[in-house]
Design a protein around this ligand. Structure first.
Ligand code: ATP
Length: 321
């Protein structure tokens, strides 16, 4: 098995609105996959469809090589899911919550690992869940999710509300899990610095359409901000392949371009600027610049080298409805 998650043309409507649109997602086994998108892009809906909690209107899901509709119990036990907001029963103690979770995982439970995580985050077994801090609740949820030693861990915005130190500890635990051979993690997040730190690959949903699906570095290197300086008001930019957006700031023209190369350079030089420069960007800057563009015509970014020249549309077979 090479892909831990596969979706084919996965589609969900709420009313007449298509919130996940022909999603072809492939998450290779052993990958930490950052699933990104602005508020309302469709991340949670997708994750709920992956977990069988929301029924798709079209398409199919495969987890660990099995069709989700016929997932054997043995495979289901190898998948763990952490819902947004770390839902736990506040009236339970930590020990009760652990025993409760364990009852759903007969045969696969690493109590030693759970104890180590609880100890690391200083979470006593007798503490009531409702008295835990946000960070402790998140860590308890993660500990309960990883105690069955899952092959696939799916987390919906797991670091929401955590402080920087708690987030780093949480992410370190995630990496520890995945470093054990073949483990796969898909997580959604709005904290791009976290994603940049741990994700091998990213997918970006824009209004339910997967526009980016590639290694994290490929995305950072693929999106460039180009700044052209002029002595007076800049000329209008004529456009080029891979252009996400262009705007004027005083005597400057700023462009966001996917896969800036010789062809785009020629267009820039044809405007005879006094100077021009390509700025390097971190993941957050690249994400902001990319997703702020005109949504229906964003250049797509995937593993291939020639995607910026592809007609605007989704990665894979899908497209705008
Ligand atoms: N049960 C529902 N009924 C109707 N509309 C819904 C339902 N769940 C989600 N939506 C809508 O679907 C769209 C996608 O929501 P979703 O929660 O998947 O986005 P998201 O990318 O996870 O957003 P966020 O980052 O804000 O959590 C939103 O417009 C949301 O309002």
């Amino acid at each position: 098995m090479t892909d831990a998650i596969v979706t084919e043309r996965l589609t969900k409507f709420y009313g007449r609105r298509c919130v996940v649109n022909h999603l072809d997602l492939r998450v290779p086994a052993g990958t930490v996959y950052g699933f990104l998108g602005r508020n309302g892009a469709g991340k949670s809906t997708t994750i709920k469809m992956l977990m069988g909690m929301v029924r798709p209107d079209r398409g199919r899901v495969e987890l660990l090589g099995h069709d989700l509709a016929a997932l054997p119990g043995e495979a289901r036990a190898r998948v763990a899911y952490l819902a947004e907001g770390h839902p736990l029963y506040g009236w339970m103690t930590v020990g009760e919550a652990s025993r409760f979770a364990r009852a759903f995982c007969p045969g696969r439970w690493d109590q030693g690992l759970l104890d180590r995580v609880l100890d690391h985050f200083d979470i006593p077994a007798r503490a009531k869940v409702r008295r835990l801090s946000n960070g402790q609740r998140a860590s308890l949820s993660l500990a309960l999710a990883i105690a069955p030693d899952p092959d696939l861990l799916v987390l919906d915005d797991p670091t929401l509300g955590l402080d920087t130190v708690a987030r780093r500890d949480f992410l370190a635990s995630m990496i520890h899990l995945v470093q054990r051979k073949g483990r796969t993690i898909l997580f959604s997040s709005h904290i791009l610095a976290d994603v940049e730190r741990v994700a091998d690959r990213i997918g970006i949903l824009v209004e339910g359409v997967l526009r980016v699906d590639c290694p994290t570095d490929r995305f950072k290197e693929g999106v460039s901000r180009v700044v052209l300086e002029f002595p007076a008001r800049p000329p209008a930019f004529p456009g080029c392949a891979g252009l996400v957006q262009a705007w004027e700031v005083g005597h400057r023209l700023e462009l966001v371009v996917v896969d800036f190369g010789a062809e785009q350079q020629k267009v820039v030089e044809s405007l005879s600027p006094m100077s021009w420069d390509v700025a390097s960007m971190n993941l957050e800057d690249a994400f902001v610049d990319y997703t702020r563009g005109p949504r229906r015509s964003l250049p797509v970014l995937g593993d291939g080298d020639d995607l910026a020249d592809a007609p605007a549309g989704a990665v894979g077979k899908g497209g705008d409805a």
